[in-house]
Design a protein around this ligand. Structure first.
Ligand SMILES: [Zn+2]
Ligand SMILES: [Zn+2]
Length: 375
């Protein structure tokens, strides 16, 4: 697994461009005697391993894409591709799932069908959705689905499993403010779109504090304001953009409705108008309570219950495995990447997946299959 992981690390590819990576995955699976389907969701790969007569099914998922980051590491397996880097540990996720596939193909200590799902483009460009829309669960039915992400700063040999909501759903928004352009010294002859945008940015902060129930968790962040090109011109238009995060579809819809109402209402109060575009990008990631229980039991079997954290805090970041979990019950867990040297945060140019975590992740997948599809 270490060899595979370092090979993949040295040849990172961006989302939907994982040609070498998905071919490597497909060739390995075929080498293990596993039936392989290529090109699902563009560069996605699915391996199918059947054993016995049971009709039970199970899906295991790993993500394959790298990031547009220039790697700062100098070790032998550093990136060979300029400006590309496995800075999120997806190289490790692939190697762990390949390791589990090889072991299960050899030992076959299960009764049913395992689908090994290698997903492209996790980093914000919709690889999970592409696979689902390409018929992933129609062609490869899964009664439950599981995945994991490494977590730097969590000790090696530790897992975190949370039932229910775990990671936030994400939305992006744009608000176009349309006023009336004028001379900067003669504001009375125009409608100042910059002033209106400033009031909207302030008023939007009332959504989380006044519209969302205080016991719910949500974020509304205006991250961009654009308008104007000159010192002495009040621009006709200004644009606000940003992101919202929430742990339920209801709260996300409430944010979207209120965002449009506040923006359009504030603009109207100034005699301007506003057009809002609010787009949900990721659903919240919600773990099934029963599958989370099983995942935690499998982790405890591997590393002892004292090394399985059952109530990790909610994560405001998003993860597109939520698309698969919205279709099929299952559980997403975190695996400790250690806090030793090199274990800096993901998306950092000095990050590297910790090879010592590989047996824990592969072991989790193997025991999960053996218990869920028990002979
Ligand atoms: Zn990432
Ligand atoms: Zn990641």
């Amino acid at each position: 697994m270490r060899e595979w992981r370092r090979d993949i690390h040295a040849h990172p590819e961006l989302g939907f461009e994982e040609k070498r990576t998905s071919e490597l995955v497909a060739a390995k699976l075929e080498g293990f005697g596993i039936e392989v389907h290529r090109g699902i969701g563009k560069t996605g790969v699915v391996g199918v391993l059947k054993n016995g007569g049971s009709r039970k099914t199970l899906g295991l998922r790993a993500d394959m894409d790298a990031l547009p980051i220039q790697e700062a590491n100098t070790f032998a397996h550093r990136s060979r591709n300029d400006g590309r880097m496995h800075a999120c540990g997806h190289d490790g996720h692939i190697a762990m799932l390949l390791g589990a596939a090889q072991h299960l193909a050899r030992t076959r200590n299960f009764d049913g069908t395992v689908h090994f799902i290698f997903q492209p483009a996790e980093e914000g460009i919709g690889g999970a959705r592409a696979m689902v829309e390409d018929g992933l669960f129609r062609r490869f039915p899964c009664e439950a689905i599981f995945g994991m992400h490494n977590r730097p700063g969590m000790a090696l040999g530790r897992f975190a499993v949370r039932a229910g909501p775990m990671m936030a759903g994400g939305a992006f928004f744009d608000i176009d403010v349309i006023g009336r352009g004028a001379h900067g010294a003669r504001p009375e002859s125009g409608i100042d779109s910059v002033l209106v945008a400033a009031h909207i940015a302030t008023a939007l902060q009332s959504i989380v504090s006044r519209n969302v129930r205080p016991v719910e968790t949500a974020v509304v962040s205006v991250t961009q304001i654009h308008g104007g090109d000159a010192y002495n011109v009040l621009p006709q238009r200004a644009r606000l953009s940003g992101t919202a995060r929430a742990f339920s579809t209801e709260v996300m819809e409430l944010i979207g409705r209120n965002l449009a109402r506040v923006a359009e209402g504030v603009a109207a109060g100034f005699g301007a108008s506003a057009q809002t575009d609010f787009r949900a990008i990721f659903p919240p990631l919600i773990n099934d309570a029963n599958e989370a229980e099983l995942a935690a039991a499998v982790c405890a079997e591997l590393v002892g219950a004292q090394n399985v954290r059952r109530d990790p805090p909610l994560i405001m970041a998003s993860e597109d495995f939520s698309y698969m979990l919205a279709e099929v019950p299952g559980c997403y867990i975190n695996i400790g990447n250690g806090d030793c040297e090199g274990a800096c945060e993901v998306h950092n140019p000095s990050y590297d997946f910790n090879d010592a975590a590989l047996p824990y992740g592969a072991g989790f997948f193997v025991r999960l299959v053996e218990r869920k599809l028990q002979k």
